[in-house]
Write a protein that binds this ligand. Sequence first.
Ligand code: 2P0
Length: 331
Amino acid sequence: MSHAVIGASSASKALAHSNIALAKYWGKRDLARNLPDVPSLSMTLAALCTVTSVRFDPEASADHFVLNGSAQLPSASAKVYALLDRVRQRAGIEQRAVVESSNDFPTASGLASSASGFAALALAATAAAGLQLTSAELSELARSASVSAGRSIHGGFVALEAGAESAEVLEVGPLAKELVMVVAVTDPGPKAVGSTSAMQLTQQSSPYYSSFREHAPAAYREVRAALLASDLERLGAAMEHSTLLMHACMLAAQPPLLYWSGATVSALRCVQELRRAGTIAFFTIDAGPHVKVLTRASDSPRVSAALQSVPGVQRLIVSGVGGPARQLEAP
Ligand code: 2P0
């Protein structure tokens, strides 16, 4: 590999938003290439962000990753180093990098910190290496580290097809502007099993994985069609179905993957009660105990008030639709 001298532009800083899948991805078609086994569709979240700076340092002998102010061991940084290696290979450089990243929400707890984290890293690292990638190329690079990160390169509503290298923005109807996600944080601690290994366990041991794989595309198509038709009730029903398909499949893994706490179930019941009382609200749950509730901006105060009083709900984050990952002024 050739050495490249990179000068003033060898540092860059980027911000990316997290996203929540309305139609869930769970399982890999190709483990080595990190390709998703099922299609997914997400909403980018304005209120959840990661900011990451990357500096290629000719003096450094190894990559260095600092997350939320704490230096990370190499064993916890493998995916970060692998993404940096891809960037170095593409740019024809060899310098090691100093990466500093911080989230404005709990890390690794089912709030998609890897989505915003690897999207911000892909953008900051390529810019610091002097590369100018298209958003499709950035999405592919981020997706190679973490599938959901491929979606966080884009803003708005984003689709990632089964087996696809990169995600695409969806042009959606008028409903999209009114949508709000109310995140009920039930436990700020780290999740018990990380998504990547939990997916492998599910694929290897859940007798329902083949069934999930068979039914997930129809759930995705229904979510997508409802969104394009601006039909919130249809969208919400399809989103809840996608969530429960995924969790039912995980529950049947051996050993079982139960991400829900008592507060998760209480919040889910709260959403069902709200709906019975005439408020439009729908739940989704990822690989963690938090409950995310999709509603209209006009209904979100009522949804927030109800969730606030659920025992075990620690705090709420109310988020509108976020924009694409973007560069910030270099550090
Ligand atoms: C999603 N999740 O579609 C699904 C729903 C969690 C539940 O994508 O192994 O961090 O790095 O590709 O993307 C979380 O998994 O996993 C995730 P890898 P990722 O949002």
